[in-house]
Design a protein around this ligand. Sequence first.
Ligand code: FAD
Length: 379
Amino acid sequence: MIDTIKEAFNPITFQNALAEIEQMASVSEHHTDGLSKEFELLREISVLKIVLPGEYLDFNKPNTPALLTLLKDVGKANLSVGRIFEGHINTLYLIHLYADEDQKRNWFEGVKEYGHLFGVWNTQAQNGIEFKSIDNKLIVSGNKTFCSGVGLVNRALITGNINHGERAGWQMSIVNMGKISDDKVNKEIWKPLGMKASGSYTVDFSGYELADSELLSKPGIYLKQPYFSAGAIRFAAVHLGGAEAVAHNTIKYLKELNRTEDPIQRMRIASIMTQLVAGQLWLEKAGENYDNWLENKEFEQNLIAFANMTRTTIEDICLRIMDESNKCVGARGLMAPYTLERIFRDLTFYLRQPAPDATRLNIADFFINKNSVSYGTNI
Ligand SMILES: Cc1cc2nc3c(=O)[nH]c(=O)nc-3n(C[C@H](O)[C@H](O)[C@H](O)COP(=O)(O)OP(=O)(O)OC[C@H]3O[C@@H](n4cnc5c(N)ncnc54)[C@H](O)[C@@H]3O)c2cc1C
């Protein structure tokens, strides 16, 4: 059994692949093929299937701290790769939670046998998705925005409103991107500050005919708690990887310029590293709490509150680390070919995630509504 696992995922090969991905980052940002080489590498070293049954980080086992470390490491190498990879893991988790046995077999086999990459595209503008019943067929109409990894993703989980038979509400479905032609992808609209390589274009799904087997679970389940809110620790892990890259490159830059003896620079390095380690501790605890509390209804609100705090704290940590690093390296250090130029753009942009204010208000609600405020493990 252990031999199978070793064969499937080798941490050393993984670290080598990440080093290669990191090296390619400045070029792939401008490359027309986007991140195809990067995902070919991840596919080759069996990382795309790492959370499937029997694999190294099988979702059926309490592996969340290790999964978060993995996500952080990928984010450190390249935040855009981290974003797309996190979407893949997120989709496989939703399949693990909600798909029926036939769907699981089919979608998981796609990853194992063909190296399929998955993505979750929930965000939309005014012309969002509807699943319409037309001539006894279920037809998709509308667009999704911020579709990270279009062009690489083989199967995309999209959400939308459905009103068909007994189904009414916000429905998940998994569509075959092989059936979406290139002219349905709007790349013109993608002019971001950073994360250019994530290729998070707008996709028009209008006309796609959905099979029943492509509908995932019932309407409303996408938003089911604690999974919906607590899942934020996964993107927070990728964010922290970006902060780790900033810290690493800041110290490297100061060393190259022989500026590490300056006491003010040393103060800033101390602050950066203290913040980074604090983020790592938050993440570790968030992973442990996830595994310990998920099955216990009594701890559902604690789990959500802790995930919310992890997410917001890591956002603050990333911003503070960038602020200190900015002062450490100055304008020269923020110019290409120094990598900090790109990482700053990527991290600044990628930190903007849904409902940051509401998340903080929810944390306040949790503590206000609690009978006592303790600072132990069980917040
Ligand atoms: C690089 C990148 C990749 C992404 N990839 C994906 C993907 O693959 N799939 C996917 O589904 N999504 C993706 N997203 C979208 C992401 O999940 C968020 O939906 C998006 O980043 C939030 O955008 P926003 O900051 O413009 O949100 P907004 O909701 O506009 O928030 C901006 C600010 O306004 C505040 N605010 C929000 N609502 C109100 C209101 N009613 N009144 C007053 N203030 C308000 C917020 O608290 C926040 O401070 C991606 C985003 C990025 C940056």
